[in-house]
Write a protein that binds this ligand. Structure first.
Ligand code: AMP
Ligand code: ZN
Ligand code: FE
Ligand code: FE
Length: 281
């Protein structure tokens, strides 16, 4: 099984990179992508933990915003982790997450919710990319809400009055940065309408012009109908079709390997990187 999109404690997943690698190796995963939000900080631990025949695809999921303020997630895989402009872009994405979190907390406090930055810090693993899931966990710890999912449904969704956005590059800029660093760019769950507003089909040509390589089609947040539309777009634009779990440990229901990428699609995607960067023992 090839699962190219997962998260660890380096962002909002609950498994450490070591725990995730172990779990993948014992769950029949042959190729595992590690794609923490706006960060490559799990790469070293994941690489050091590698054993058996498991192959690792190191990457990141870049939080992007279109000019119309539609949230887009771009998976960058197989890029050079030492590429300075790309690391700068990722650190710019992470930096504004702290003032943004403060504003969301102020909004919640203004409505009478007793939550502080310290509560959120206590719910955030050391060095993790700070995000709404950590705020959700803090709300759960303070018994204000029952689960991460309920926190997103009731208080933290994109259209909520408490929601604040953070700096994010455009999808085109992030694709260009990933490709310039030698990697491949796959747009994550582009039609996941339950998460909020999605891209219009016309936008894909602009992404392809910027260097987009693939579309994540098989993802639990996309319906059968959304998947068929994406397959048509991918075929028309000659893009690689991927599927992945977007595993977050206990942070989400998503199970490792619940959606996967076909071997032929993966081989084509890998061949589009500037060099062989799959990690194996
Ligand atoms: P942020 O990047 O801080 O805006 O937070 C967005 C992240 O929250 C997404 O990348 C998802 O991984 C996570 N998320 C979105 N909806 C939910 C949900 N219903 N339950 C748990 N996590 C979610
Ligand atoms: Zn996440
Ligand atoms: Fe995502
Ligand atoms: Fe993700």
């Amino acid at each position: 099984m090839i699962d190219l999109h997962t998260h660890t404690t380096c962002s909002d997943g609950s498994d450490t990179p070591l725990a995730l690698v172990k779990k993948a190796a014992s769950s029949g995963i042959a190729v595992l992508g590690i794609t923490d939000h706006d960060s490559t900080s799990g790469w070293a631990e994941a690489t050091a933990s590698l054993h058996g025949t498991l192959k690792l695809v190191l990457g990141a999921e870049v939080s992007c915003l279109t000019e119309d303020k539609v949230s887009v997630h771009m998976l960058g895989l197989l890029f050079d982790g030492e590429n300075v402009p790309l690391q700068q872009l990722l650190s710019d994405c992470r930096d504004t997450r702290i003032p943004r979190m403060k504003k969301m907390i102020e909004n919640l406090q203004g409505a009478g919710y007793e939550i502080t930055l310290e509560d959120v810090a206590a719910a955030t693993p050391e060095g993790a990319t700070l995000g709404r899931p950590h705020l959700a966990d803090a709300l759960v710890a303070k018994k204000i809400i029952k689960s991460r999912d309920e926190a997103f449904t009731d208080l933290l969704h994109n259209e909520s009055p408490f929601y604040v956005s953070h700096f994010a590059p455009t999808p085109e800029d992030s694709i260009r940065a990933i490709r310039a660093a030698g990697g491949v760019a796959v747009i994550a769950h582009p039609f996941a309408s339950r998460r909020g507003q999605t891209l219009s089909p016309e936008t894909f040509t602009s992404l392809v012009d910027a260097g987009l390589n693939g579309i994540e089609v098989f993802h639990r947040d996309q319906s059968e109908d959304e998947r068929s539309q994406l397959i048509k777009i991918a075929r028309a634009l000659d893009l690689v079709i991927t599927g992945a779990s977007d595993y977050h440990g206990t942070g989400k229901l998503n199970q490792l390997g619940e959606n996967t990428t076909a071997a032929a699609e993966w081989e084509r995607l890998e061949s589009l990187a500037d060099q062989r960067r799959v990690v194996s023992r």
